[in-house]
Design a protein. Structure first.
Length: 708
């Protein structure tokens, strides 16, 4: 940059001055490349600033403070002035601010368009120029400049050639082959750039955006350098998320080393697509960063396998195991068909879920894993299904007399029941995020559709594999207990797990939609219980056909009608808005927003961000087992940690974008923000020891964390 300034300064020293303004610390001047004008031929003009030592003016985007120069033109009729071409700025640090501007000399180039029909003998150009000049203090400057060109051939003036050559050299260079894209969320903007000839480029470039509303402040954003070029992260401006997918990001990639060696261009022009962060690679340090397809498939399989141990899936799996035990002793072929049907139900349900998520994403919206549970209507429907299934398992009515509801259908023996059992297992699994799933899901939803479907298929196979293994393995079958009365007792005992799930879903509904919605669902469940009792009392095979038909009709009316009434009634209900802050077990939890998180990070304050939902059982266990531990609470207070809660119980696009920014599509997610460091993601399953180690590692032992 300094060599360029010396060339420009030397050229300006020898240049004849036209229209000089009154003395300022930054002196503006109008300079034309030609000494005359010719109608129909553009006139290249420069607004030149010469600054006193130490003083500076500002670029198009001034950075954290300042104002760029502005010009009001007065031109003859038909003559127009184009936009300025701004020279490459430099970063001017004035702690705690970082600004962008020029020191020494600067020339802003533009072109005057003179129509061929222009008949005047002279061309007069007047300009009212305003600017801000700064040292430690800042002073506004203004000047009225003018110049007059005679009519002539409009050829460039050799005496001005060196000046305009230096001025053009100071502009950001076009570099053919520069590849990359930007990814925006409500919190951050990431640039992934790859210059041609990599890895021979400069070591530590800076990016200066033209639009300050997309990138909020100019910082040293380089966070990674590898085989794909540079990765640069910046705090998002207020329009970042809204502009994603609609606009392009323009700016200058700056390197003091020069892009072709010492003395070469220091700025490269950047004009790249601005995409939604859901299409970006995960941020550094996030789960799934650098995750390849093979690793994602393995993680997805393990995550699906572990889903079988989750309390929301275990009751459904137990029902199918009981049916398998009952069939396997008589017909191994039927057991295998049972397993295949169950697996088909799981895989097809995962495909349907993946297709829906991809379609939603393609439409520009953002939903994530477990999005169904964000709907009060779906919560009510799922509670009704589990309640009917629980009534059947408890023996209130017997399977096989009629088909009342999905829950009963899923519990019946045979391949059809096994298939619907697989569907129900996937529905029940969506509130849970098992270990390894977060990274795999985050990877899947940022990839092309065929990769996403492959990852979801691997997860489905993981969920279905224990049941498939038992149904296809005679060796495993030998270890399974013989059918007997214990199965009836076990089945009835498992019904209480389902009823416990219904109680939990009632609580979730109350949190989502208020006590009124919970009361509606409770009344519907009471009517459904009456329907189940009628079916069990008068719908058995010992009753006359007319009585059985009447019992089935009454049960269907009560069970299906009351469930439908509850779903319809609560679908638009909502609970009162949560308070701005709540104090739980000694921690003052504040409601998450990107603006609040950004403010705390600008203050240099440690932050713990909890992405949670009331329907997420893992979240609730983690909160009670780890986040309410006395030692954890003491560390929060000792280090002055700001606790933010991003509650995803009901759909919130801002939280969905924030999850995607960390390479995730579901909850739970726990993020620690230490001043001056990359965010640290904690495991999905927390213990007090995990949280304490993370807090001490990030904020203890002389770290910068602490109370502000």
């Amino acid at each position: 940059m300094r060599s360029r300034a010396l060339i420009l300064a030397a050229a300006l020293t020898a240049l004849p001055h036209e229209g000089a303004a009154a003395p300022h610390n930054a002196v503006p001047e109008l300079v034309t490349e030609s000494a005359s004008f010719s109608p129909g031929r553009p006139v290249t003009l420069a607004l030149r600033f010469a600054m006193a030592p130490g003083w500076h003016i500002y670029w198009l985007n001034p950075g954290d403070s300042g104002t760029p120069p502005s010009v009001k033109w007065t031109l003859p009729p038909g003559v127009t002035a184009g936009p300025f071409a701004w020279p490459t700025p430099k970063k001017i640090d004035m702690p705690p601010l970082s600004n962008l501007g020029y020191e020494g000399e600067a020339a802003l180039l533009t072109e005057l368009t003179v129509p061929a029909s222009y008949s005047g003998a002279r061309l007069r150009v007047d300009a009212e120029v305003d600017w801000l000049e700064c040292l430690e203090e800042c002073l506004p400057g203004s000047a009225k400049l003018s110049l007059v060109l005679p009519r002539g051939d409009g050829a460039p003036d050799p005496a001005r050639a060196e000046f305009f050559s230096a001025a053009r050299f100071s502009l950001p260079a076009e570099l053919p082959g520069l590849e990359g894209a930007a990814y925006a969320s409500a919190e951050r903007v990431r640039l992934a750039l790859r210059p041609p000839g990599w890895p021979d480029g400069p070591a530590a470039p800076l990016f200066f955006p033209e639009d300050p509303s997309v990138i909020e402040s100019v910082t040293d954003g380089l966070t990674g350098r590898g085989g794909e070029g540079w990765v640069m992260d910046y705090p998002a401006g207020p329009r970042a998320a809204a502009a994603a997918g609609k606009e392009r990001l323009k700016g200058v990639l700056y390197s003091s080393e020069g892009w072709r060696g010492p003395g070469s261009e220091t700025g490269l022009a950047v004009d790249i697509p601005l995409k939604d962060w859901t299409g970006a690679p995960p941020p550094p340090g996030a789960a799934g960063a650098g995750l390849g397809l093979f690793a994602a498939l393995v993680f997805a399989f393990i995550g699906g396998l572990l889903l079988n141990l989750m309390p929301c899936v275990l009751p459904v799996l137990s029902i199918k195991v009981l049916a398998l035990i009952n069939q396997s002793k008589d017909s191994p072929g039927e057991a295998r068909a049972h397993g295949l049907a169950y697996g088909a139900g799981v895989v097809l349900s995962f495909w349907a879920l993946a297709g829906l998520l991809l379609a939603i994403k393609a439409g520009g919206a953002q939903w994530g894993w477990g999005f169904q549970l964000q709907s009060p209507a779906f919560v009510a429907f799922l509670a009704a299904v589990f309640f009917v299934l629980g009534l059947s398992m408890a023996g209130v009515f017997e399977i096989g007399t009629s088909l009342i509801g999905l829950g009963r259908f899923a519990a019946r023996p045979g391949p059809t029941g096994a298939f619907l059992g697989g569907v129900l297992a996937v529905v029940a699994a969506t509130p849970c995020t098992a270990p390894f799933m977060g990274a795999a899901l985050g990877f899947a939803l940022t990839q092309p559709a065929y990769v996403s479907l492959a990852v979801f298929t691997s997860m489905a196979i993981g969920l279905a594999s224990p049941f498939l293994a038992v149904s296809f393995s005679p060796a495993l079958m030998r270890y399974m207990p013989r059918p007997g009365d214990w199965m009836t007792v076990f089945k009835q005992g498992m019904s209480f797990l389902l009823f416990a799930t219904v109680v939990w879903l009632l609580w979730v509904l109350g949190r989502q939609a208020g006590a009124g919605a919970m009361s509606v669902l409770t009344a519907a469940l009471l009517a459904m219980a009456a329907g189940g009792w009628i079916l069990g009392r008068w719908g058995g095979p010992e009753r006359p056909p007319a009585v059985r038909r009447a019992a089935a009709a009454a049960a269907a009316l009560l069970m299906a009608g009351s469930a439908g009434w509850a779903v319809w009634t609560v679908k638009d209900a909502s609970a009162p808005a949560p308070a701005a802050a709540e104090k739980t077990a000694g921690i003052k939890w504040e409601t998450y927003s990107a603006a609040l998180l950004g403010e705390y990070r600008r203050q240099g304050r440690p932050v713990f961000l909890d992405f949670t939902a009331d329907w997420c059982l893992t979240c609730q266990v983690n909160e009670r087992a780890a986040l309410r531990d006395a030692a954890v609470l003491e560390r929060f207070g000792r280090y002055g940690v700001a606790a933010l809660k991003a509650d995803w119980t009901r759909r919130d696009p801002e939280i969905t974008r924030a999850l995607a920014a960390h390479g995730r599509s579901g909850v739970p997610l726990y993020v620690l923000y230490a001043p001056g460091r990359e965010p640290r993601l904690l495991p999905a399953l927390l213990t007090p020891g995990i949280v304490l180690e993370a807090l001490d590692s990030e904020f203890g032992n002389g770290s910068q964390g602490g109370k502000p």
